[in-house]
Design a protein around this ligand. Structure first.
Ligand code: COA
Ligand code: MG
Length: 296
């Protein structure tokens, strides 16, 4: 299932967890990492599994993911010990350097799942794959890494800026500077190379709803299939932004029909433009997304 919107909810906030059932995000990300102060991590590690257990997987209306602390820290092991038995749908893994980190996590999950009596391999994961300086160099390596739990790749700009000593990640025009545009594109390409979803990063200006809508449409047209949200008001905007428009659906149907009318033909003409196999693949993806979500 494709997740359009994934809303971060701080894992130690009674109030925000209490509201979370009313949100129509495709997934919630219950956070144990940066949204939780160090002294509050133990309490979050109790609240998040309680939240999960109160919503058993077969009764969940939305997927419930958890962001753990960075791999290789004692906090991460404590997080896994606390949450795996409560059966989250997926785990967001921050500050990943490359696929080898996730291979090790996979082995840990195998062991924790077995200990909890859960089926092996059901818990998915998605790395935030650009938050440390070496990470962008590994974005092409997720392809072929054989990570069956890998849902997608997402990227982050804030931690990368701090990792490289940058005082800003935006130019005077408010647009990502080159480094961040580059890692965003590499995330997109790395995800498609690996055959998994590309998930765009947070839009921090919560008040700018029009800007978020335009940015989601742009991201979808580039090949991203979803986006992380930080505020409930962003959910409907993101959901709509990642659904195919009526025009997209109508055109995709015409492409599929045109190829169906000429079986065995690899390239043809529609509205005076050449279409070949990649266009057919894209059209089928659009129709599949439309079937799953309806139209914007
Ligand atoms: N999850 C659940 N509820 C949330 C929420 C979230 N991410 N963000 C806001 N809300 C709730 C608020 O509690 C508030 O509830 P109320 O109407 O009962 O008071 C309501 O939605 C409106 O929120 P608002 O007052 O506009 O925002 P805020 O100042 O309370 O919170 C943030 C702003 C940014 C702190 C908050 O959106 C947030 O915590 N976002 C997630 C942060 C995070 O997890 N970051 C880590 C990844 S980058
Ligand atoms: Mg962070």
């Amino acid at each position: 299932m494709i997740l359009r919107s994934m809303l971060f909810v701080p894992g130690d906030s009674d109030k925000k967890l209490g509201k979370a059932d009313s949100f129509k995000a495709d997934a919630l990300i219950l956070d144990l990492e940066d949204a939780v102060a160090p002294g509050r991590k133990p309490i979050a590690r109790e609240m998040v599994p309680d939240f999960l257990r109160a919503r058993p997987k077969d009764a969940r209306k939305v997927q419930l993911w958890v962001r753990i602390n960075p791999l290789g820290t004692p906090d991460a092991v404590e997080d896994l010990r606390a949450i795996v038995a409560a059966d989250p749908d997926g785990i967001i893994v921050p500050k990943v350097s490359g696929p080898a980190d996730l291979q090790r996590l996979s082995y840990l999950l195998d062991a924790f799942e077995a200990a909890a009596g859960l089926p092996k391999g059901n818990i998915q994961f998605m790395p935030v794959a650009t938050e440390v300086a070496p990470a962008p160099f590994a974005l092409g390596d997720y392809a072929g890494a054989n990570l069956s739990r890998l849902y997608g790749l997402t990227w982050g700009a804030e931690d990368l800026s701090s990792a490289i000593g940058a005082s800003t990640n935006l130019g005077p025009d408010g647009v990502w500077t080159h480094t961040y545009q580059m890692v965003r594109s590499l995330t997109l390409l790395g995800a498609h190379a690996a055959g998994v979803e590309a998930v765009d990063t947070v839009y921090v200006n919560i008040a700018d709803e029009e800007g978020l809508a335009a940015s989601c449409r742009q991201a979808r047209s580039e090949g991203f299939t979803g986006r992380i949200a930080i505020h409930p008001s962003q959910i409907p905007i993101i959901n709509e932004g990642f659904m195919p428009s009526a025009d997209d659906v109508a055109f995709a149907q015409r492409v599929v029909d045109a190829f169906a009318a000429e079986p065995g033909i690899g390239a043809l003409q529609l509205d005076g433009k050449m279409l070949d196999m990649p266009h057919l693949v894209q059209a089928k993806k659009t129709l599949a997304a439309h079937a799953a979500f309806g139209e914007a």
